[in-house]
Design a protein around this ligand. Structure first.
Ligand code: SAM
Length: 276
């Protein structure tokens, strides 16, 4: 499919503000769908239909596709490109404002496969990671740096809330590096396709999930400080109490938050929950 740019005759202009860096290579779309692992029995939610290149391949290879697109200017193009795709429902709207459980309710359990707008990465991924929708896997093209955050382990650069949220429920892996030149127009950064099958159950047991994420949030609030200092600031407790929580959780009182694992955060959350 040809990408549109330029022109005064009502033709399409890519909008940088909407993260419109389109992919055009048919073989790459096929490869991405292969990597996502979705098949003929599966339902898929795509976020950001763009000019419909990925949507068309998903339509051919999956049972049902819902594709969300915010930009009115793409609707006529999508109407033509997806003309033969009877199993695609195009939803015009802002993914962050739509009622996604309502939009996707007829899909049953579904997979997310998308080349997402990069400006939305953190908010959109957090929304998906924390949602109650029956998402079976998430496979997304994101900036390479964001991909590295999702797979980062304790102590590695990029380890933070996105890593913790991704890894708690999903098993993220970078499946493919994709250079900027594959996009039209090319973004300033390279990209990566991250594939995240949902775990059967979260990777750690914890009594209170909200408290787990509050503890993790505390760990990354002030990266250079010790976890103990971050606990004092976040939970407004005296040093003695924070130290007691660290020790009861089997953690070194001098440890920095960014070196702690999800298992450590879960131990701390349980200790805090039981020893307020
Ligand atoms: N899927 C196409 C492809 O791979 O070539 C387009 C991907 S492009 C990176 C992201 C798409 O998301 C754009 O078409 C953009 O208009 C759309 N988009 C941006 N913000 C959005 C939002 N808040 N809700 C829904 N779609 C959005």
């Amino acid at each position: 499919m040809k990408q549109q740019k330029k022109g005064k005759k009502g033709e399409f202009h890519h909008k940088r503000s909407l993260g419109q860096n389109f992919l055009t290579d048919e073989a790459l779309f096929e490869q991405l769908v292969d990597l996502s692992g979705v098949g003929p029995e599966d339902s898929v939610l795509e976020i950001g239909a763009g000019a419909g290149g990925m949507t068309k391949v998903l339509s051919k290879r999956c049972r049902k596709v819902i594709s969300i697109e915010i930009d009115d200017a793409l609707l006529p193009i999508l109407g033509v490109v997806l003309q033969q795709c009877g199993n695609v429902r195009l939803v015009h709207g802002d993914v962050m404002r739509l009622n996604l459980p309502e939009v996707t309710k007829d899909l049953g359990p579904f997979h997310v496969v998308a080349n997402i707008p990069y400006y939305l990465t953190t908010d959109l991924m957090t929304l998906l990671f924390t949602s109650d929708m029956p998402i079976q896997s998430i496979s997304v093209m994101v900036q390479k740096e964001a991909a590295e955050k999702m797979v980062a382990r304790p102590g590695e650069e990029g380890y933070g809330m996105l890593s913790v949220r991704a890894q708690y429920t999903y098993a993220p892996e970078i499946a493919l590096d994709v250079p900027a030149c594959m996009f039209t127009p090319p973004p300033k950064v390279d990209s990566a396709f991250v594939v995240m099958p949902r775990r059967e159950k979260p990777c750690v047991d914890v009594q209170d999930e909200n408290l787990l994420f509050r503890v993790a949030g505390a760990a990354f609030a002030m990266r250079r400080k010790t976890m103990e200092n971050n606990l004092i600031a976040t939970f407004r407790v005296p040093r003695e109490k924070a130290g007691e929580w660290m020790e009861k959780s089997g953690l070194d009182r001098g440890a920095r938050g960014e070196t702690l694992s999800l298992k450590d955060f879960a131990a701390l959350a349980d200790t805090i929950g039981n020893n307020r």
